[in-house]
Design a binder for this molecule. Structure first.
Ligand code: ZN
Length: 610
């Protein structure tokens, strides 16, 4: 019996033009394997190959000849040089984060950022367009690659069936919401690892009938997988827009207490992964704060905790009135202190060395956008090579020189985020052997612990220099100024027998964060009572929930319904219950610290997560 299935007859010998077209498609498809040339790993390469083959067959079957699908490949041609650049310099490909930067950057800003490289970019762009155009021309003129025989209809039939299954899975297979993760969910090593938790939940469709392709695998394939990244980006945008809509109408009705005697500049520095006990001003044996230790007007806060140990969950609690026990839920209906300051007549800045857009920090960027000036300066990721925090000095200088009389400036740093060795320049590599020069540290290997620890301390040493540089700039501006620093969470570092590292756990090392307030001499003269209260409360039991109220109070900003009992700079300050996310909401002040990980264990029963 003759089967109607026959592969398209190869038109041999290939003419050079046809070969050019096929090599072009091969080059686009090879992009996911480019990291191998740089010695970087490629996740599930066979899956990527398989997905690519299926996508090519599907496109060819649908359109019959390359001339008709070639125009759709334009985004891939344009993305190719960008992807090559990002992999070479940042060790990662285009993400929704990068698409976000492109969408959020005006052409003028882009030109400023690119500088003289703009010409190079223009040349690359022209070259890519010429490549795309010339290969399209070939696609038009060649008929050797047409898929003419009956096998095309068989493939189309299979595609139709796959589409039907897909729609069925989407419509019928509405899986019930997964239950909130049990307490053991806290035991996640890299927070980044949790991101891959699939949103592709199993439907009622029998398991065997499911399509063998995961969206994630498709998104990593080239060139057609770029579409999936576009969809991901669109969803992220929708989510952001929704959060924005909900808080758009919110107002504090804030005003300056005494406009004639107001502070000029308030700076809020958001630290990253900084651990309280690794700061020498907090008693660490290694001198990690040689510069901050010399600051006369610096008030370290000795007992301030965060309730959660992930940036995207903890920062909203720091900068808004979002209650700590709501921190596990995304979004909040109020605005941040940026808006309170704006209403009181301050020009506001959000200057960030963190990534602007992506799964980790969307709840943060929603608040950041309240600022008059928003600058995200980091094109890298968290775990890969990226800019050092000193990249913030230039925009800080511009903000300080701005003619606006009163300013609030937020500096969101990358601090001591893994990989620590990428957070400081060579001259800060004081404690060795460190992770500097270790190309691909095996983070699960215990032997790495001393290197990790040394590099971590070096990153704190760099933070010390960074912060003292910011203070020097404030002093030089001769403004009435105050600065508050608080880290978003700490870090566990395979301490003794503890088998945990990084953050996202329930350890005291991650909940207890370094924090301090600094004030200029002129600020001290203008607001002696606030400074006296700060000093009085330096050992008080505080949490990141105190930060919003304290920062607004330091600016002498008043608003209806203000809660001065939450401000450390107020005589009305009162202790509040401090809960941390550890097997439910654990009362931090009625807990014991278990084992070398110093897991925070409630002596009573933790409150359930809502
Ligand atoms: Zn963080």
């Amino acid at each position: 019996m003759r089967l109607p299935v026959r592969l398209p007859r190869p038109a041999l010998p290939l003419r050079p033009a046809t070969l050019y077209l096929l090599l072009t498609y091969l080059a686009l498809s090879a992009m996911p394997f480019f990291p191998l040339l740089l010695g970087l790993p490629v996740t599930r390469p066979l899956q990527v190959l398989g997905v690519e083959a299926m996508a090519w067959i599907a496109a060819w079957a649908l359109f019959k000849r390359p001339a008709w699908f070639h125009p759709l490949l334009l985004p891939a041609f344009l993305a190719l040089p960008v992807e090559l650049y990002l992999y070479t310099y940042y060790g990662q490909g285009i993400s929704t984060h990068h698409l976000g930067i492109m969408a959020e950057t005006s052409p003028i800003e882009a030109m400023e950022f690119l500088g003289s490289k703009a010409w190079l970019l223009a040349a690359v762009l022209l070259g890519v367009l010429a490549w795309w155009g010339s290969s399209w021309r070939v696609a038009f003129h060649t008929r050797a690659l047409d898929w003419r025989d009956g096998s095309r209809w068989v493939v189309l039939g299979v595609l139709g069936l796959a589409l039907a299954l897909f729609v069925y899975e989407k419509q019928v297979g509405v899986a019930p919401q997964a239950k909130p993760a049990a307490a053991s969910a806290a035991r996640v090593h890299l927070v980044a690892a949790t991101a891959s938790a699939s949103a592709w939940s199993a439907p009622r469709l029998p398991g065997w009938a499911r399509l063998p392709v995961e969206l994630d695998g498709f998104a990593r394939s080239w060139p057609f997988g770029l579409m999936a990244r576009g969809v991901d980006f669109y969803k992220e945008r929708q989510y952001l827009a929704d959060l924005n809509r909900r808080s758009a109408a919110f107002r504090f009705d804030a005003r300056q207490g005494d406009p004639a005697n107001a502070p000029d500049v308030l700076v809020m520095v958001l630290g990253e992964s900084a651990r309280y006990d690794r700061w020498s001003i907090n008693g660490y044996a290694r001198e990690t704060n040689p510069l901050l230790a010399q600051e006369a007007n610096l008030v370290p806060l000795q007992d301030l905790i965060t309730s959660v140990s992930a940036t995207r969950l903890s920062v909203p609690v720091i900068i808004s009135r979002k209650p700590a026990m709501q921190s596990l839920k995304d979004g909040f209906t109020e605005k941040s202190f940026l808006t309170a300051y704006k209403e009181a007549g301050y020009k506001t800045y959000w200057l960030s060395n963190q990534i602007s857009f992506g799964k980790f920090d969307t709840p943060v960027s929603v608040f950041a956008k309240e600022a008059d000036t928003v600058e995200f300066l980091n094109l890298g990721g968290f775990t890969t090579r990226s800019n050092l925090d000193e990249v913030l000095f230039a925009p800080l200088a511009r903000a300080l020189q701005d003619p606006a009389p009163k300013k609030l400036i937020v500096l969101h740093t990358l601090g001591s985020h893994w990989n620590y060795a990428h957070r400081y320049p060579a001259r800060f590599d004081k404690w060795t052997p460190s992770l500097r020069g270790v190309d691909k540290p095996v983070v699960t290997d215990d032997a790495i612990e001393p290197l990790m620890s040394n590099s971590y301390d070096n990153s704190i040493l760099y933070t010390d220099w960074f912060l003292s540089q910011v203070l020097e700039r404030l002093k030089a501006s001769e403004k009435v100024a105050a600065l508050m620093y608080v880290a978003d969470h700490g870090q566990t570092l395979y301490d003794k027998s503890c088998d945990l590292a990084f953050h996202g756990h329930n350890t005291q090392y991650e909940f207890h964060v370094p924090a301090f307030v600094w004030y200029s001499d002129s600020y001290g003269a203008l607001f002696p009572a606030k400074v006296a209260r700060l000093k009085q409360h330096r050992k008080a039991r505080l949490s990141t929930e105190n930060v919003f109220h304290t920062l607004v109070d330091l600016g002498d900003i008043r608003y209806p319904g203000e809660r001065l009992e939450w401000s450390i700079a107020s005589a009305q300050w009162k202790r509040h219950k401090r809960y941390v996310d550890s097997y439910g909401w654990t009362d931090y002040d009625n807990a014991r610290m278990r084992g070398d990980c110093r897991e925070v264990i409630d002596k009573g029963t933790p409150l359930p997560r809502r």
